[in-house]
Write a protein that binds this ligand. Sequence first.
Ligand code: FAD
Ligand code: UDP
Length: 376
Amino acid sequence: MKRYDYLIVGSGLFGATFAYKAVHSGKSCLVIEKRPHTGGNVYCERIEGINVHKYGAHIFHTSNKEVWDFVNSLVPFNRYTNCPVANYHGELYNLPFNMNTFHRMWGVTTPEEAKAKIDEQRAEAVARMKEEGATEPRNLEEQGLCLVGKDIFEKLIKEYTEKQWGRPCSELPAFIIKRLPVRLVYDNNYFNDPYQGIPIGGYNKLIDALLQGADCRVETDFFNSEYRDWRSFADRLVYTGPLDAYFGFRYGKLDWRTVSFKTRILDMPNYQGNAVVNYTSHEKPFTRIIEHKHFEMFGQAVYDCPKTVVSEEYSTEYKEGMEPFYAVNDERNNLLAEKYRSLAEKEDGVLFGGRLAEYRYYDMAPVIEKVLNIWK
Ligand code: FAD
Ligand code: UDP
């Protein structure tokens, strides 16, 4: 039986990047993955010549040049720039909130006119907060109203957010939308980062490059396999599965939110003309429709591929058997996660890393950055 330096549980970006760095430092690795494929949530399924983001749309973006150079050294990235469109009862608006949005909403054409209109729209909420002695927005509703005013809050934020989080905006924390840019320029780029794109040929190419040189076993669950007794196989363990599961849910279960997808193949080359269209009213039960080909096909290439694949996204409460996606940041879960983290710190020879094992939301680039820093 081969003995490894590392047994890595999970082949998502954390596990795969760790394997890459280990192999390039002359260490041996065995990666085990419970799903039938590697890559975790960035895995793409090829349908009709299109890379379909099976676990939700993934757009790589970062301000960290080291991370950008690292991923591009493995597979070049394309020039995809995320410019989502919002559909409110058939009216279309550009996101994030910028001069195109303000022009469509109010007919204003200059930044000065837009600013005056936003100030007028915010006035009521600002006055109400002042009256009640609040100096900062106390919830997402107040945050939205103070940021962009009543019209945009009602048409583009309120119902979308309620669909996404399953709770009224007045009961949600303000920070959820603090990161949405508000720009007085005609710029539809959703992200502020200087580097953005999709790996040419899809995310599987990135994962394959990261895992080269490591032994991999899919359809192998750490908890229901011989590897549970990991010390017989390796000197160290890198664990990227759910934090509470590792400890047998000893203090109780952590909650998650997840997303379910309805994916269809359509017999037309171009369904919605954009990768991401958000449906911001309750009229439609899904939050958005992703048309996958637009992540990697531009111009004539869209029409050279005769079919298209679209996915409706439904935000859902997590139940047993689903994929856990988002950590729930309420008090109960934060406290529980902290208790498990203290146990994790005491676990000899084990590194807990990534979205599930740290019970934290991470974008892709910070996950890679974290692993690169560990190896430094
Ligand atoms: P994962 O990809 O979840 O990998 C963990 C792996 O461990 C999984 O493959 C899992 O099957 C495996 N595993 C779990 N338990 C076991 C076990 N017991 N035995 C064996 N294997 C096990 N980031 C961006 O930067 N841009 C985006 O646009 C973006 N969009 C997103 C959209 C959605 C819907 C979601 C959920 C996330 C999005 N992200 C995005 C975040 C991105 O997916 C994560 O940063 C990244 O996947 C984290 O990698 P990870 O390895 O920590 O986790
Ligand atoms: N949001 C919104 N309308 C939109 C898009 C986003 O109100 O059309 C709000 C919503 O509350 C969401 C938050 O902004 O939870 C963050 O959205 P983003 O798309 O950045 O996050 P993601 O869905 O990728 O986690």
